[in-house]
Design a protein around this ligand. Structure first.
Ligand code: AMP
Length: 281
């Protein structure tokens, strides 16, 4: 059975109050829709960890720094509800823009430091948009736990920091990246990849694994990443925005594997921006 689609804060609040009164724990899975198996893995984790599960679907205009990207973002609400049906979620919260950003809305939630490099350096305002909407979704849903994908690793770190700094009593839980059989991380943007470049896309993950392997063999970061960038251009990628080694906790820049690290990348293929990351060390 499909879960009720709740379109207003008032409807959401009524459902949540009933669950809280019954002492039930609430999990939330924030998404922008166009659901795929990556999102559904978060739903599964939430179902396993909470009495009640809310999936939110909101294409958040504040986190798009590019008008064409916002315009082209896939919107598939009916199909999304059908995909969620087998999971038995308790509500799908699909607020209209005015429910989230009513007339006169004037507040921005902003995390310093963690947002400055990587995607933050290439997408001005993106993380402010994310933390503003996610803080609202945490407060509106009253969730005890929120499930985010490691696929967006910087986002996971930023949202965790935000909840901690603002004393929002919602535990942020990171879940492993779900991939296609060829290694490409599932993403709602993958459907925008032109057919003639789709075969090149797994090079992103392949290159990450090769770089990680060479770093473990103690090769130096500079030459290894220069070769990786060249390999991606050779495969058909038009731009590598960043390929960085960062501390897994806190994202401080690293050049040697002296603590648990994350290798993160963003690159353009066929007019689509793809990101990925893996654990190293
Ligand atoms: P989005 O709809 O792209 O904003 O993503 C909503 C949530 O799904 C975020 O927490 C993402 O990190 C997560 N997510 C997206 N793709 C994947 C994936 N391939 N594996 C696991 N989680 C994912």
């Amino acid at each position: 059975m499909t879960a009720p689609l709740l379109r207003t804060k008032a409807a959401l609040r009524a459902a949540v109050l009933g669950w809280k009164a019954a002492g039930e724990s609430i999990g939330v899975v924030p998404t922008m829709g166009a659901l795929h198996a990556g999102h559904l893995s978060l739903v599964e984790a939430a179902k396993a960890g909470c009495d009640r599960v809310i999936v939110t679907i909101f294409v958040n205009p504040k986190q798009f720094n590019n008008a064409a990207d916002l315009e082209n973002y896939p919107r598939t609400e009916l199909a999304d509800a059908e995909k969620l049906a087998p999971f038995g979620v308790d509500a799908i919260y699909v607020p209209g823009p005015a429910e989230i950003y009513p007339e006169g809305f004037a507040t921005t939630v902003s995390v310093a430091g963690l947002t400055e490099g990587l995607c933050g350096a290439h997408r001005p305002g993106h993380f402010d948009g994310v933390t503003t909407v996610v803080s609202k979704l945490f407060l509106q849903t009253g969730a005890d736990r929120a499930y985010f994908g490691e696929k967006d690793y910087q986002q996971l770190q930023v949202v965790t920091r935000m909840a901690r700094d603002l004393d929002i009593p919602c535990e942020v839980i990171g879940c492993a990246t779900v991939r296609e059989a060829d290694g490409l991380a599932l993403s709602s943007r993958n459907v925008l990849l032109p057919a003639d470049v789709r075969a090149a896309a797994p090079a992103l993950h392949r290159v990450l694994r090769q770089v990680a392997e060479r770093l473990r063999d103690d090769e130096s970061f500079g030459p290894v990443t220069a070769q990786a960038r060249a390999a991606l251009h050779e495969a058909g990628f038009t731009e590598v925005e960043y390929l960085d080694l960062r501390a897994a906790d806190g994202l401080a820049p690293m050049t040697r594997l002296d603590r648990p690290a994350r290798l993160l990348i963003a690159a353009w293929l066929g007019g689509v921006r793809l990101i990925d990351n893996i654990a190293v060390g």
